[in-house]
Write a protein of this length. Structure first.
Length: 69
């Protein structure tokens, strides 16, 4: 899968579920941008969970908006 993503040269990979991200990347804390970590050369963003506090969701989504610009 990583080779296919690399061939597409996507700038950002968004995981809607943290479990999918940890399956591919291993354990990490929290959600949002994974900073300098990359998958197939792409930046990584993990969506907050459905039960996350509103304030943390707002921060994460603001971060996502900045990444999409």
């Amino acid at each position: 899968m990583e080779a296919k993503l690399a061939a597409l040269e996507v700038p950002l990979i968004i995981f809607t579920f943290k479990r999918a991200a940890t399956t591919l990347l291993g354990r990490f804390d929290g959600h949002g941008s994974l900073g300098r970590r990359r998958l197939a050369g792409s930046k990584i963003f993990v969506m907050p969970g459905p039960m996350e506090k509103r304030e943390r969701v707002d921060v994460a989504l603001a971060q996502l908006r900045r990444l999409l610009r």
